[in-house]
Design a protein around this ligand. Sequence first.
Ligand code: SAM
Length: 313
Amino acid sequence: MRDTMHTHVEQIFTFIDQESNYIENEASATYLEGVVYALELWLNEKKVPSVRDADKEEVRKAIQLAILKGMKKSVQVNHQMTPDAIGLLVSYFVKEMTKDRKELSILDPALGTGNLLFTIMNALPTENYAFGVEIDELLIQLAAQTGELLTHDVQLFRQDALKPLLIDPVDIVVSDLPVGYYPDSETSQDYFLHSTEEMSYAHHLFMEQSMKHVKPGGYLFFLVPDTIFESKQAPKLHEFIKENGWIQAVIQFPTSIFKTKGQEKSLLILQKKSSDLKAPREVLLAKVPNMMNKESMELFLKKVEIWQEENTK
Ligand code: SAM
């Protein structure tokens, strides 16, 4: 027998898929534009999925499936949505490390479709509100619609996130950073992490911008390339982190999650320095086991729990 979650997700997906296919075939638009159209119909209650009592995770998953289908047809590597396996693990760390908080403000400066941010917002037991920045018009539209359907408190900004942001410092930053060179050399001059020898790394500049927009003592959860500390521009990044924050954890994901070799990412958790706080006793360096293996996964989560307990003593 199929479980209700499965059928709810399927029913919502089918609704979005039908409308998106219709737009793709009839209006010479892309499937992803069709998804925007379908979500618009739903928001305006012109047409709605047959299921009315779906929960937030079911809605998020169904929209995610439709976006994934659209992205398979055409999308650049750097625009890819954060996969669920990663989003769920990041949520776990966010929850563990913010247990003592009643309310959280969150910033994702590379919001994309919002899938990562909404996975985290759905998982948090606390009251939370968020800010998202994204340069791509279609992606931010999808994120805005999803946020509205999930009734999350989000404020979105369509702009280059490395230009000045009108956002007050938040409690935490979560972001799957765009990786590669940042072409605007004039804007990069404003950053300590700009390179004097070649084009600056966008992911480094995003880290500096995020550090600026988090409160002292706040955490930053970044998905970064596995090789981040081995690049030519890494020494300056080390210097920046040492000056402004503390590395809390570096967690490597299993390579099986990533479709293409060379695209492997790790979760880097930083904390912005604060005069009231001490540096962590121990940096957590861990490798996530194969997520299908229940026993190794439980062992891994136990290790994280112990580390977190020791760390907060
Ligand atoms: N977490 C997102 C999700 O679940 O859909 C995926 C983020 S994706 C890896 C990185 C995003 O950064 C892309 O959507 C890309 O358009 C955006 N981006 C790249 N450069 C940017 C910039 N300078 N300012 C704002 N957004 C940018």
